[in-house]
Design a protein around this ligand. Structure first.
Ligand code: 5GP
Ligand code: MG
Length: 180
């Protein structure tokens, strides 16, 4: 087991890169299956910054024509959610009439995806699906269907593979959990 220190906190290895890769293989296969005969060009919406690594790994496994668009939302401060979702950067392209696959790092309370679904509806997307690398089922209390979930985890604070603790740890290739 490996440990990393970010600011005042220590984290230990929780999900290895190998396991992350095989979970992404599986979720990409499901998406490919659902979109294999599509006649439109679906949009992958990267929710910055947390989803950058997942987005890169996911998109290289997709075999239908797709485009990428980004948006930047923030809700966490330190290791806790503020409960408010802020739009730090708006959509980078027009999504009118488009089918959108939201690519999220993690669904926790679900506040972010509620906000995202609303933003996409307001911008005229014809459909939005949610694809998340991680889900905390014990924290998620919303009704929105999560179309593609790569892995479920307990209600613990994690970092790595794009996820941060106050902007540190995003570059770690494995996922780490707070070691208390
Ligand atoms: P929600 O709005 O579902 O409560 O939280 C979604 C956002 O909070 C995620 O996209 C992610 O940026 C952040 N988040 C939730 N849980 C964690 C966690 O365990 N670690 C980190 N680093 N960020 C998290
Ligand atoms: Mg996120």
């Amino acid at each position: 087991m490996q440990r990393v220190k970010l600011y005042d906190k220590t984290f230990r290895t929780f999900i290895t890169n190998d396991r992350i890769m095989s979970a992404i293989d599986d979720v990409a296969a499901k998406i490919n299956d659902d979109f294999k005969d599509c006649e439109d060009i679906p949009v992958l919406l990267c929710v910055l910054n947390g989803s950058i690594m997942f987005m890169g790994e996911l998109m290289k496994r997709l075999s239908f024509n797709c485009q990428t668009v980004s948006i930047k939302l923030t809700s966490y401060e330190g290791t806790n959610t503020t409960g408010r979702v802020k739009q730090a950067m708006g959509l980078t392209a027009d999504l009118t009439g488009r089918r959108v696959i939201v690519v999220e790092d993690i669904v926790d309370s679900g506040n972010t995806i509620v906000e995202l679904k609303q933003i996409l509806a307001d911008h005229g997307a014809s459909e939005s699906r949610i694809c998340t690398l991680l889900l905390k089922p014990d924290a998620y209390k919303k009704d929105i269907v999560l179309d593609y979930v790569a892995m479920e985890i307990p209600n613990d604070f994690i970092v790595g593979f794009g996820l941060d603790y106050d902007e540190l740890g995003r570059n770690l290739k494995d996922i780490y959990v707070l070691d208390e």
